[in-house]
Design a binder for this molecule. Structure first.
Ligand SMILES: CC(=O)CC(=O)C(=O)O
Ligand SMILES: [Mg+2]
Length: 208
């Protein structure tokens, strides 16, 4: 494991996942004006690094990939203003918000929490840490996801409904964000099911 991975792996910090944050995805599901942001928490035990196997949770028959830009927090913040929010960012990383869709559908119907759908062990694979200075504009990054070499998701962070400063400001009103916490900023259209033996690949483009 290289030093770059350690930043994620060493920490076991909190993960806040933002839902339905892309215009294409939100529009498809009729939630374009969803407000305020829909938040889920994933526990530290959901982290895995690139190359580690994802464990399909017991009883799950519909496991979906959601490729997302992860924002890594570098400075503690409570009630952070939008204006100062980017000072709290250490960097970025590509992440998967693996979601047990069948568990989530049942929870939605029952009005119960999404914890088992979003937070099971290994549900947050993360890529290499990318320092903030290496990214000219986090709001104009292409991100893609392939399953068994077939392209499934191909989006751009310019289509996020809520931008990074807004998300940091909003989230930190409820959850103090601490160094090495990660915000998963939502997924573009194209999520699909994966099964045992499938290979998931993802990428971020336009990084200087
Ligand atoms: C319905 C969802 O799972 C929303 C989500 O996580 C997203 O990224 O969008
Ligand atoms: Mg997601």
């Amino acid at each position: 494991m290289s030093g770059n991975y350690a930043r994620f792996a060493e920490v076991g910090r909190n993960i806040v996942a933002v839902g339905r944050n892309y215009r294409d995805d939100a529009t498809e599901s009729g939630n374009a004006k969803l407000e305020p942001p829909n938040l889920s928490l994933k526990p530290a035990s959901s982290y895995i690094t690139e190359g580690t196997l994802i464990k399909i949770p017991k009883g799950c028959s519909s496991l979906h990939h959601e490729i997302e830009l992860g924002v890594v927090i570098g400075q503690k913040g409570t009630d952070t203003s939008e204006g100062s929010a980017m000072n709290h960012v250490a960097g970025y990383g590509l992440a998967l918000d693996m979601t047990a869709r069948d568990f989530q559908c049942i929870a939605k119907k029952k009005g119960t929490p999404w914890d088992m759908a979003k937070g099971f062990d290994t549900s947050c694979p993360v890529g290499k840490f990318i320092p903030k200075d290496a990214v000219a504009d986090p709001h104009n990054l292409e991100l893609w996801c392939k399953v068994n070499a077939a392209l499934k998701q191909n989006g751009n962070t310019k289509d996020m409904i809520f931008n990074i400063p807004y998300l940091i400001s909003y989230i930190s009103q409820y959850f103090t964000l601490e160094p090495n916490d990660i915000i998963l900023t939502g997924t573009p259209a194209g999520v699909s099911g994966v099964k045992a033996g499938d290979v998931i690949q993802g990428g971020l483009a336009k990084i200087d």
